[in-house]
Design a protein around this ligand. Structure first.
Ligand SMILES: C[n+]1cn([C@@H]2O[C@H](COP(=O)(O)OP(=O)(O)O)[C@@H](O)[C@H]2O)c2nc(N)[nH]c(=O)c21
Ligand SMILES: [Mg+2]
Length: 319
């Protein structure tokens, strides 16, 4: 066991094969030994060293609803508001059809894509300008989707709050929709921070998005303002669970110290066969058509169980 030996949790080293949530058929890992090592690091380190970084669309929301209904993305929630100008939908659709293929082009270098993404988000912000708009419109639509969160999300966020674990929800979509869904689902606890694109108003009139722009390729902790409270908080937390449904989501914790222990969980739903290899290379754990928070909750439960054992042991030794 070498140098891992001294880092063994008091209750004994955990093994992947003994964790039922991780040995289900739809839970895939390229390197179970690495997963096991990270789990033991996270459990050994306890909740004080933990932070969560999660994507929003189709990571906190479901990729598939039981009733077959579609879940809109945060931009789509905004786009279905009634008071947007007549040409808005057609114009944003045009942008989508131009830039989306660039975003997912497997051959174009990221450095080249960035320029196009900045163009896309800028033009999208320009379209969302120059007319009055009321947040309550977003709230009304978002209220229909507060039940579209993964099963167990409520419990997961309640546990994160109880354990005081900072939780960063990252979205290159529209923050107003993200916050509205989370708030109406009662999971927007004080330990949850949403970093996204928020609508900006000038004299009661919509004026695009606030800075900094969050697009697909800067959606990581390097965009956090160094002077912000959250920056300080997460830079002292070097044990991280990263969750996402897109390949790029795996990099959301870039910007944290290199020594950090990071468990990357990927939710794979579309084109499972074609995407499997890439997801397995990118995420430590790949969950196929899993519409629950069971695996992250399992990890958290293991961390909490060990924490309680440690506290109990400390109490005994101080008697
Ligand atoms: C600027 N813009 C970007 N997007 C898409 O919104 C996504 C938001 O990115 P994300 O937050 O990573 O969300 P995800 O979980 O859906 O991947 C991007 O990946 C783009 O494809 C957009 N989608 C719509 N409908 N309208 C827009 O103006 C727009
Ligand atoms: Mg997503």
């Amino acid at each position: 066991m070498g140098c891992d030996e001294k880092r063994e949790p008091a209750g004994g080293r955990l093994r992947v094969q003994d964790i039922p949530a991780l040995i289900q058929d739809h839970c895939r890992m390229r390197n179970p030994a690495k997963v096991e090592r990270i789990i033991n690091e996270l459990v050994f380190g306890g909740p004080e060293r933990m932070q969560i970084v999660s994507d929003f669309d189709y990571t906190i929301t479901k990729q598939r609803m039981e009733d077959g209904g579609a879940v809109p993305s945060s931009f789509e929630i905004f786009n279905s508001c009634q008071s947007l100008p007549k040409n808005f939908k057609a114009e944003t659709d045009k942008l989508y059809h131009k830039y989306r293929p660039i975003e997912i082009d497997p051959h174009m270098p990221i450095a080249v894509k960035v320029k196009y993404m900045i163009e896309w988000w800028t033009k999208s912000g320009e379209l969302a300008s120059g007319f009055p708009f009321d947040q309550s419109e977003i709230d009304q639509i978002a209220s229909k989707y507060k039940h579209a969160l993964r099963d167990g999300t409520h419990e997961f966020f309640a546990d994160l709050q109880r354990l005081n674990i900072p939780t960063l929800v990252f979205s290159a979509g529209l923050g107003n929709s993200v916050v509205s869904v989370l708030r109406q689902a009662n999971v927007l606890h004080p330990n949850v921070k949403v970093v996204s694109n928020f609508l900006q108003f000038r004299d009661g009139v919509l004026d695009g998005f606030q800075q900094p722009m969050i697009h697909t390729f800067n959606k990581n902790e390097t965009v956090l303002n160094e002077s912000s409270e959250y920056y300080d908080l997460v830079h002292t937390r070097d044990h991280i669970i990263v969750m996402g449904d897109s390949i790029g989501d795996a990099d959301m914790a870039s910007g944290v110290p290199a020594s950090s222990h990071i468990m990357k969980i990927g939710f794979l739903f579309h084109h499972v066969e074609a995407n499997m290899e890439k997801y397995m290379d990118t995420f430590d754990i790949v969950l196929v058509d899993d519409q629950t928070m069971d695996v992250p909750r399992t990890l958290l439960a293991l961390i909490e169980k060990q924490h309680k054992l440690n506290m109990e042991a400390a109490k005994q030794s101080s008697l």
